[in-house]
Design a protein around this ligand. Sequence first.
Ligand code: NDP
Ligand code: HSE
Length: 425
Amino acid sequence: MNTKKIAIMGFGTVGGGAYDILVENREYIKNTRGVDIEVARILDRSEEALSARNADAALFCPSADALAADPDIDLVIETMGGVEPARSFIIKMLKAGKSVVTANKELLAKHWSELEPIAEKNGAGLYFEASCVGGVPIIRALESSFQGDRINTVYGIINGTTNYILSKMSAEGCEYSAALKQAQALGYAEADPTADVEGYDAAYKLSVLGSLAFRTYVPYETVFREGISGITADDIRNARDLGYVIKLLAIGKRDGNKLEARVHPVFVPETHPLASVSDAFNAVYLNGDFVGDLMFYGAGAGAHPTGSAIVSDAITALTEAPKYRRFVADGKLEAGISLVGNFESGYYICVTVDDRVGVLSRISTVLSDNGVSIKAATQRSGREDGTATVVFLTHRANERSVMSALETIGKLASVRRIDSTVRVL
Ligand code: NDP
Ligand code: HSE
């Protein structure tokens, strides 16, 4: 049996996780998949990255050019993260005819349309199962299963870090910053965790998953995005009092030629299956016109779950002919497809007001004038500073109507501030 030599670029959490699997299961993979994979070179900033993970220092390679020029290397795993130099390095490898396996959703969301044609032109494969939902085989499912179905919705929890933070804040009353530090220590967060907490990471993933699910390109720039950094302990407590938990959801829908793609925090009913998805676990729902509802659940981040997706892609790349997704090639929303910006949702609105007669009624009037119907309202008053907190839950309403109502409410003399607005599932 031929040994296939591969390289890893970026030897941190995920690169290290993939390496562990390739070393530990080498014989098993050889015997069951018929391919002997040897990690022959590792590129990182310094050799210390290798010694820190018990890899042989002799594997260290400081230069992407040397890797691209090495005829013995059949495939390259990219787990450096970020756009540059990952983009240039991947292009070098593809142009050298080497297939690339990447976990880099940011790069894919921003440069997929550039990379896919380069891969095709050079007969190399581009694989990215690890880029979305960690160890959960969602990309493979979207590409190979229910191919005759029209997928109408793809939605769920697709960022491990924010789910970890919200779970810890909710279950243990943990502070936001302490929960974020834990997620970083566990290797879930991006190098700059702003990508996680402000929803960029989930938006990158929704662009990729939505494109595959809806068989039309969903440019990353078209995804509506809001993160969790504005969610307070009060919001979490209010949610619990009302029978909800807060989750960062990615929501994609296709209805004919109308496309909806958004990422934002959501009040999820405690009884909904997504409510019990905790820590760094992810869950994705799909609905297809004939297959019906499906749910994918598993570890959405972490060295070994993500490493598992990488190794699986590497085996596929080394044993099967590559496939290309031509629909991404122009990097634009397909002609005739329109985006739904004014989507519908229920809303949770928390407002601090002067504790005076008539305030609630004035706010209710503004909501009603904008066509927003109140489902429930509660008030906590009796504070020394003369303020009260009013919490509203609305029936389904248009995003623009709610935002317009909030603009007017914010200007009412008796309203001190609008504390939070969170959409309700
Ligand atoms: P890490 O920071 O743990 O690992 C990245 C490694 O690449 C580090 O050793 C880093 O060195 C090295 N590196 C970065 N830039 C360069 C460069 N220019 N030249 C040489 N080496 C470089 O990140 P992760 O493993 O967490 O993430 C890697 C990729 O996987 C990202 O695209 C991420 O989005 C994705 N991913 C991560 C998951 C996770 O659970 N962590 C899950 C799914 C996907 P240094 O530390 O010195 O910068
Ligand atoms: N930072 C990402 C997350 C890693 O927390 O989900 C997995 O893609």
